[in-house]
Ligand binder design. Structure first.
Ligand code: 2HA
Ligand code: ZN
Length: 271
């Protein structure tokens, strides 16, 4: 067996959580990450027959039975993942009943997966149904995106359009736009179901006055989506109170989308 602490997927979680913490997107226990792993790769590091404990999930993830995820722990701080991955992270396999998570590694202080595990797994299921290569779901509280929630209408079309206007590359990076949910109670199956419904259409979902969810094929892609939204939101917040003299026009966004060959939400433009 290889040493799990050297596994690229553990390393990636350590680096990503540290990065996000430094960017100020994950104060205290804010934020959570889950990543679908390649089973063959995982079993080079862990014995598939050694289940440390079984943890009830409280929802049905039938289409994910046997799938293995690395995930951040509930109440754990992104700040601490790098120095102690075995306490702050866990590797779980979805059990035969679809309703239990079998712990294969981590959560060494008796902990368990993030309180947002329903939203994560339901989002994985939704994304996989439209993109079989989806692997990563990432949630955080990026500062400017959150600030923008208080001063901008929480309307999908308007929110996406404003972000697209703020940086030239936005429409190319997230041509599918940003889904928006109103404020909802977090940590519940209800917000999980609402997020998953949006995830069939969007790789990015804003949780009104809470934060954002991103999904993608790789950690880089997913992180990059949120990073680009956050950059656009920052430009918006730096300029929203000033007279707007210039803007990227809808015709120019069409030019960009066509030049880069992306399929974009035409109905989010005002043409
Ligand atoms: O678990 O971010 O949404 C910390 C959170 C909850
Ligand atoms: Zn949160």
């Amino acid at each position: 067996m290889k040493n799990i602490l050297n596994a690229p997927f553990v390393e990636e979680m350590r680096k990503t959580t540290a990065n996000m913490y430094r960017l100020g997107w994950d104060e205290r226990n804010g934020g959570n990450i889950s990543c679908l792993l390649d089973e063959e790769e995982v079993y080079q590091y862990l014995d598939k027959n050694e289940v440390i404990r079984s943890i009830p999930m409280g929802f049905d993830a039938a289409s994910l039975v046997g799938k293995v995820f690395i995930v951040t722990g509930t109440g754990k701080y992104f700040k601490n993942v790098d120095e102690d991955p075995e306490t702050n992270l866990g590797i779980v396999r979805i059990g035969e009943d679809g309703k239990t998570a079998e712990l294969l590694w981590g959560f060494s202080d008796g902990g368990k997966f993030t309180s947002e595990f329903p939203a994560h797994l339901m989002s994985h299921m939704a994304r996989l149904s439209v993109d079989p290569e989806n692997r990563v779901v990432l949630h955080c509280h990026p500062t400017y995106t959150l600030a923008m929630n208080y001063v901008h209408e929480l309307d999908e079309k308007k929110f996406t359009h404003t972000l697209w206007e703020m940086c030239t590359e936005c429409i190319v990076v997230f041509p599918d736009g940003v889904g928006v949910l109103p404020w909802m109670l977090c940590g519940t199956n209800t917000i999980g179901e609402a997020t998953a419904e949006k995830m069939k259409e969007f790789r990015l979902v804003v949780w009104g006055m809470h934060g954002i969810y991103g999904a993608g094929k790789t950690m880089d892609e997913t992180f990059g989506l949120i990073e680009t939204v956050e950059k656009a939101a920052q430009i918006y917040m730096l300029t929203a109170h000033l007279p707007r003299i210039n803007t990227i026009k809808d015709e120019e966004m069409v030019e960009l989308a066509e030049y880069f060959g992306v399929k974009y939400r035409k109905d989010f433009l005002n043409l």
